[in-house]
Design a protein around this ligand. Structure first.
Ligand SMILES: [Zn+2]
Length: 172
């Protein structure tokens, strides 16, 4: 397994709608393994393929609580098939927007259908942190970031910080 560098906002690849994965190949399995390793290493609870520069509809996540055993999930071509009217607010962050957090309101529960690495179609209802996480990651596949839900002033402030961060990192 290989750690993959995570793109930092702003980057045009983070604003691009990703392409469906046509079939499960060994390369896709390796990509999923690398993404899980990269996510745990970061550490984070979710990672979408565009965040490592791969414009494919694939995401990994594990929103298990610290005291729970790991529950790594790989979702290929995921689709929200139902969302609750009830909404909830979580303070979100993103591995592509390091150390910036903001409250985002989303449906409290969603049902998602996806293709698994086993080649089978799965469907599951998510709530709590899992619901927020899966919606945040699916947004990445549509070129959308959590800061897109914020007021323009706040979004611009965070973007300026990221531009500065990238400049500092580039200098080394
Ligand atoms: Zn994110």
């Amino acid at each position: 397994m290989t750690l993959r560098p995570i793109l930092i906002h702003p980057d045009p690849r983070l604003k691009t709608v990703a392409e469906p994965v046509p079939e499960i190949t060994d390369e896709i399995r390796r990509l999923a393994d690398d993404m899980l390793e990269t996510m745990y290493d970061a550490p984070g609870i979710g990672l979408a393929a565009p965040q490592i520069g791969r414009l494919s509809r694939l995401l990994v996540m594990d929103a298990a609580k610290e005291e729970e055993t790991a529950q790594p999930m790989v979702l290929i071509n995921p689709q929200v098939t139902w969302a609750s009217d009830m909404r909830s607010v979580y303070e979100e962050g993103c591995l592509s927007i390091p150390e910036q957090f903001a409250d985002v309101e989303r449906p409290a529960e969603v049902e998602v259908r996806w293709l698994g690495l086993d080649g089978k179609t799965h469907s599951q209802r998510f709530d709590g942190l899992w619901a927020t996480c899966v919606q945040h990651e699916i947004d990445h596949l549509d070129g959308k970031l959590f800061i897109d839900y914020l007021k323009p002033m706040k979004r611009q402030m965070i973007t300026r910080r990221m531009v500065k961060l990238k400049r500092e990192r580039a200098r080394g």
